[in-house]
Ligand binder design. Structure first.
Ligand code: ME8
Length: 652
């Protein structure tokens, strides 16, 4: 049995930076990791990036960057964003690291020695978007079941005998009722296995990216076979002496999309084939949807968690740190468990107001203000209400139960209920009325209020750590560091002088925001109307040939630096250029061969139309256009900036 409490997130593809979908899984597991540490457990919390996929290679090609440089940059972005988002990971694993390659070779060899790997020809379909193999009968209208394009693959490959593990996995699920949660996902997994597990192809013909086989460099491992092994490697397997302290994992978090085919079937089978222990639990939670659809870069509905926090901080006036906490809180309380949850900015702002501003911020403010007003700022020498102690003792048990069961949403609700309880308690006890005469009850109420507030600090600590530390700071008390402290009377020390209240979560004026939104959309409509009128006028002839500024602004002009120039084979007009435009490198085919010597162009700066749809010229991709004037004989003369500019500068 492992000694550490290991928690894993999926390792994310580096074809795009984190969005609120990937942030959801990462945040939920972070809350669990923080909480387990608070209870005194030693935790190994890992996340990382999945870098060997074909879609990663294609994303790098599209961005015009060398693949390694591309994955390095995005893996860095992931770590930066997770840190800003207060994700307390102990290990960030990248599948391009040597330790990972070593683990993949070792597992492959063990499974092979154990007789579960064989060679055969693979013929079937491949969906690059989900990196999944499909057979003809899986396709729906010629596409993958998720509606993605598929490619035909016909290759000699290595296969893993997944079919041998149908019954062992079913038996394991039966014997371990908490192995897969939630229940609805577990049932999906069982019915998937009952349809029969097919052996899985675990190598691919190399396209120049991925983990090459030790004795066959023409082949790379299939990305899912390679990626799943990361969990073992992060625990130090195979060579570190203490890997059994960390593996098996206590909880493996993921979205429902990668549970059935990969984590709940292929992964346990790989572990069984290698005679390694299975993780204790897998959580395949629902999705956060935007506009009814799963968040995805290709659909263009990505919301960046950090941008959302920045925006909240701007419109509400709360600090950036607390705005990050607000996003964390939202994801925790709205956790999609069995079902998907629809994210809207409106809902996010409404929750910010109702829960953080009107409830939690408000109880902090009320408590501090009243301790100052009715007890000269010190916690009175009085008994804490037994009712509050009982209530918290129940909340504490339930909270722990929910987090142990990976129900972060239910734990967050306990915290919110405590804050509502306290607001109601203040209303019912009415300290302002009790203060009219000398009263023992007033003192008890005031100390109970502080006691409740401190427990709220304890309950919010794993969800929104900066909010918790600000509560402690405003009370001028040491922050809670151990779960044992929660519920104890020592949390509200007698005669201690508290600080002054400072607003944490200023209320948003939702009506005003709606009005502004309406006005700006009215304004947009006005402009649209005016534009239509202008177009009509054009028809009259008076503005013929003119475009409005909006159309011009759609053209992205950038200063590019030519890094490579050469003749395009087979063409007497075209040069092939590689132009750096700041955030990408573009291949551009330019019809300037008659005027320019390629060597003389290298290092020159030009003006590039950077958002032109790529086109194929003579079988080669051209991803932009250079601005040029036409001279008398019809040749193109390139436009250069009057002085050296930073590559990527905007041209207006
Ligand atoms: O699948 N709502 O990586 P990935 C909730 N590399 N969670 C979401 C989400 C959404 N809208 N969108 C993404 C991969 N996620 C593989 C994993 S592990 C060995 C390899 C989360 O970048 C959710 O956890 O496509 C989902 O399973 C994961 O991101 C997919 O991330």
């Amino acid at each position: 049995m492992s000694k550490k409490y290991t928690i894993t997130t999926p390792i994310y593809y580096v074809n795009s930076v984190p969005h609120i979908g990937t942030a959801t899984t990462t945040l939920l597991s972070d809350v669990q990791a923080r909480f387990q540490r608070l209870t005194g457990k030693e935790v190994h919390f890992m996340t990382g990036t999945d870098e060997n996929a074909i879609k990663v290679l294609e994303a790098a090609e599209k961005a015009g960057k060398p693949t390694l440089e591309f994955v390095d940059n995005i893996a860095d972005d992931f770590q930066k964003i997770w840190k800003e988002f207060k994700i307390s990971f102990d290990d960030f694993i990248r599948t391009t690291e040597p330790r990972h390659h070593k683990g993949v070779y070792r597992l492959f060899n063990i499974i092979k020695e154990n007789g579960y790997i064989y060679q055969d020809k693979y013929e079937g379909w491949y969906d690059v978007s989900s990196e999944t193999f499909y057979k003809e009968s899986d396709l729906v209208d010629g596409k993958s079941p998720d509606g993605n394009e598929v490619r035909w693959v016909s290759e000699e490959n290595w296969f893993f005998k997944l079919s041998a593990f149908e019954q062992p996995i079913l038996d394991h699920i039966k014997k371990n009722p908490d192995f897969i949660v939630p229940e609805n996902r577990k049932n999906e997994v069982i019915s998937f296995i009952n349809q029969g597990l097919r052996d899985v192809c675990i190598t691919r013909k190399s396209q120049g990216w991925g983990i090459q086989l030790e004795d066959d460099s023409a082949k790379v491992f299939y990305v899912w076979f390679d990626a799943l092994i990361n969990y073992l490697v992060s625990c130090g397997w195979p060579d570190s002496a203490d890997w059994t302290d960390k593996w098996p994992a206590a909880t493996q978090w993921m979205g429902k999309d990668i549970l059935t085919r990969f984590h709940a079937t292929m992964w346990p089978a790989m572990l069984m084939a290698a005679k390694l222990p299975l993780p204790k639990q897998m959580i395949g939670h629902g999705w956060l949807l935007i506009g009814g659809e799963k968040i995805s870069k290709s659909k263009g509905n990505v919301v960046a968690p950090v941008e959302l926090a920045k925006y909240l901080s701007e419109v509400s006036g709360c600090s950036y740190l607390l705005a990050i906490d607000a996003v964390r809180y939202y994801m925790a309380i709205c956790m999609p468990f069995e079902n998907d949850v629809v994210f809207t900015e409106e809902d996010f702002f409404a929750r910010y107001n109702s829960d953080l501003a009107n409830d939690i911020g408000n109880v902090l403010n009320r408590t501090l203000t009243m301790v100052h007003k009715f007890s000269e700022g010190t916690i009175p020498d009085a008994k804490i209400d037994a009712e509050a102690i009982d209530y918290i003792s129940n909340c504490k048990k339930e909270y722990q139960h929910h987090i142990d069961n990976s129900r972060i949403d239910l734990a967050a609700k306990i915290m919110l209920n405590c804050s509502r309880w306290l607001n109601k308690y203040i209303d019912t006890k009415a300290p302002w009325a009790l203060a009219k005469e000398v009263s023992i009850e007033l003192n008890a109420v005031l100390r109970t209020m502080v006691y409740m507030l401190r427990n709220i600090e304890g309950f919010i600590l794993s969800i929104a750590p900066d909010t918790a530390s600000i509560i402690a700071k405003q009370l001028k008390l040491d922050a809670i560091k151990n779960w044992n402290e929660v519920g104890t009377e020592a949390l509200a020390p007698i005669n201690h002088t508290v600080g002054s209240p400072e607003p944490m979560f200023p209320r948003l004026d939702l009506k005003e925001m709606k009005k502004n939104l309406k006005e700006s959309s009215k304004e947009d409509k006005k402009i649209e109307k005016q534009n239509k009128k202008d177009v009509k006028k054009e028809d009259d002839g008076s503005n013929a040939g003119l475009i409005d500024i909006k159309h011009f602004a759609e053209v992205k002009l950038r200063i590019g630096t030519i890094e490579l120039a050469e003749d395009l084979e087979g063409s007497d007009k075209l040069l092939r250029l590689e132009v750096n435009v700041g955030d990408a490198k573009k291949q551009i085919l330019a019809g300037i061969k008659n005027k320019y010597n390629p060597e003389a162009l290298i290092g020159k700066q030009v003006v590039v139309v950077a958002n032109l749809k790529p086109a194929k010229l003579r079988g080669h991709l051209s991803e932009g256009m250079l601005l040029a004037a036409t001279d008398k004989d019809g040749s193109a003369v390139l436009i250069h900036p009057a002085k050296e500019m930073e590559t990527g500068s905007e041209v207006r």
